[in-house]
Design a protein around this ligand. Structure first.
Ligand SMILES: [Fe+2]
Ligand SMILES: [Fe+2]
Length: 346
């Protein structure tokens, strides 16, 4: 660390160089303010300045002001030398940015102590900067670790999500083993519902929830006796119909045991609601019906039509779409029917 001595009296230079030398510091000497400013801006080794108030070029207080305006450098400790002794002068010098103030003629021992105080403050600043640097490095390392960990957790989460949907698909395969018609119906409805969801620009999470809800939408039918299911619907009496209408609620109650499937349960509960409010179990209307449930309703109707036949002839896709158009606004959400028609046209 160097000390800049700026004074136009050679005598003062000799004394100050000797004092700084005794303290073990290298000095840089200049005799006018302009040269002092150049050294301050060029030589980063200068950390403490002893500056005379009155100098040719730039005076001491102006040098202090300029030094304090610099922000991108080490702190420069400045001792102002002067023969001015008025307290108003001292205040002016300190206001200009000087750290200390020494009146000529000065006492060597006192000057030495003041230089040492200045150097102590400069060293403290260095230690503070080093600690700050270490802290920033530690912070960067921590950020890198957090980023890495977040990436790993995200991968794990994606795996879990993927495995979860895979698990639901396997589960529906099991339903197919028990009841082929029911299992395959759920799978087909899921494919169509996903197609509509994509057409409606649902995000990845919404699509995944829609697929799971569609795969499980008729899970409550497992509780309906198979002998009853094997009979044509028009043969069902009122009691049978009431029993069948329970399946959305039964489906929801089965899923209630799994925390992450609560929302899917709500969708399943509403998959037999009608757009005009005449559905079941809650008689919800229009937007009050969860959107995924409205989508599943369209996919469900389409599958029912597609699997039905007139005089042993299966309905064509166009005939099914014609039926769906008839149900716009009564049973089905018209926007979702339109989205489905567009998706099939594409
Ligand atoms: Fe159903
Ligand atoms: Fe269904």
């Amino acid at each position: 660390m160097k000390i800049l001595i700026a004074d136009d009296e050679l005598m003062v230079h000799e004394i100050l160089q000797s004092v700084c030398g005794q303290l073990g510091y290298e000095t840089v000497s200049v005799v006018d303010g302009q040269e002092a400013w150049e050294k301050i801006t060029e030589d980063e080794g200068i950390r403490l300045c002893i500056i005379d108030w009155m100098m040719p070029g730039i005076d001491g207080p102006e040098l202090c002001r300029r030094a304090r305006e610099r922000k991108d450098c080490h702190y420069l400790y400045i001792i102002l030398l002067t023969s001015k002794t008025n307290s108003s002068d001292i205040v002016e010098g300190l206001n200009a940015g000087a750290d200390d103030y020494v009146v000529k003629p000065f006492n060597f021992e006192e000057l030495k102590k003041r230089i040492l105080i200045g150097m102590r403050i400069v060293e403290l600043e260095d230690r503070l900067l080093a600690a700050q640097g270490n802290l920033q490095n530690a912070n960067s390392r921590l950020e890198e670790k957090v980023f890495e960990r977040t990436k790993q957790l995200d991968c794990l989460y994606q795996d879990l999500k993927q495995n979860f949907v895979q698990f639901i698909r396997v589960f529906v395969d099991l339903i197919s083993e028990y009841d082929k018609g029911l299992g395959e119906h759920c799978k087909r409805v899921a494919v169509v519902a996903k197609l509509i969801g994509q057409k409606l620009s649902l995000d990845e999470t919404e699509l995944e929830q829609l697929e799971v809800a569609a795969l499980l939408h008729d899970i409550g039918l497992i509780s309906i006796p198979r002998t009853l299911q094997e009979n044509a619907v028009f043969l069902w009496d009122k009691n049978n119909q009431d029993q069948s209408k329970q399946h959305p609620l039964i489906g929801q109650s089965i899923l209630k045991r799994v925390q992450s499937l609560q929302e899917v349960g709500n969708i399943i509960r509403s998959h037999h609601e009608q757009y005009d409010g005449r559905g079941y179990p809650d008689g919800l209307k229009e937007e009050a019906i969860p959107k995924p449930a409205r989508i599943i309703r369209v996919a469900d109707e389409y599958d029912r039509l597609k699997q039905s036949s007139v005089k042993n002839v299966r309905l064509s896709v166009q005939q099914c779409l014609n039926y769906l158009q008839k149900y716009r606004r009564s049973i089905l959400d018209p926007n979702i029917v339109d989205a489905f028609v567009k998706a099939l046209q594409n």
